[in-house]
Design a protein around this ligand. Structure first.
Ligand SMILES: N[C@@H](CCC(=O)N[C@@H](CS)C(=O)NCC(=O)O)C(=O)O
Length: 237
């Protein structure tokens, strides 16, 4: 009997998206259940030790295992499902795991960027974020890759993790040019390849950009002020 997989999700969560992308790449059917993180249901609180999505509920022979933490979910899927997204070589796999961790650090930097409450703080976070992409640029440029993905020809979990990262930049670009990827041709080409990958496009609903924009607008941060200023400029005759 095959396992039934339920991905407990939120429409904007980038950590959920990486699990959805892995499942899609592996061709594994799953059910997605979105919850309201501002009003977490009691059943969710009961089974989520950290109160965070994603959770993967794995149902087999009437028993349920709940897996939390996206990186652990990714590893579990590697161990239990076909179509590996990790390289077979342990040295390469270690490098991939490290760059997955880096992807999580970029997500934290993105969170600081859109949450900064002062102009000075915002500029500092803008520059810090840009520096993180400098690191990625150097890594992509250094590797003798032959193909569009992080590891060249084969799509990997590092790609799955960075697809949702670039999705934020798509929404930031609609607000203003923050220069985050200036002078980074390798990262830009990678971003484009990830944008065109169906598993990445399908990891969110079509209204994702509007939802994220509304979230950023309501944040009360420096970025919210920039959005408001833009809207006022557009509204002026
Ligand atoms: N380290 C976690 C991070 C997951 C995470 O931060 N999830 C956010 C949404 S994107 C969440 O559930 N936040 C709810 C909360 O902190 O109350 C993972 O990789 O799964």
């Amino acid at each position: 009997m095959t396992d039934k997989l339920i991905l407990v999700s939120h429409p904007l969560c980038p950590y959920v998206q990486r699990a959805a992308i892995s499942l899609a790449e592996k061709g594994v059917p799953f059910e997605r259940v979105d919850i309201d993180l501002a009003n977490k249901p009691a059943w969710f609180r009961a089974i989520s030790p950290l109160g965070k999505v994603p959770l993967l509920r794995v149902q087999r022979n009437g028993e349920e295992t709940v897996i939390f933490e996206s990186a652990v979910i990714l590893e579990f899927l590697e161990e239990t499902q076909a179509n590996p997204l990790h390289p077979a070589d342990p040295y390469a796999r270690a490098r991939h795991r490290a760059w997955i961790e880096f992807g999580s650090a970029v997500l934290n930097a993105i969170g600081r960027f859109y949450s900064a409450s002062t102009e000075a703080g915002f500029l500092a976070e803008n520059s810090a974020l840009s520096s993180m992409f400098d690191r990625l640029e150097a890594e992509l440029a250094d590797t003798e890759r032959n193909g569009p993905w992080f590891a060249g020809e084969r799509f990997s979990l590092v790609d799955a993790v960075h697809g949702p990262v670039f999705r934020y930049l798509d929404v930031f670009d609609r607000i203003s040019d923050f220069g985050i990827l200036d002078g980074k041709p390798f990262v830009r080409a990678w971003r484009q390849a990830l944008r065109d990958r169906p598993s990445i496009g399908n990891a969110v609903a079509p209204d994702y950009p509007q939802r994220l924009h509304a979230f950023l607008q309501a944040k009360g941060s420096e970025l919210s002020t920039i959005i408001q200023r833009n809207d006022l400029a557009i509204a002026l005759p």
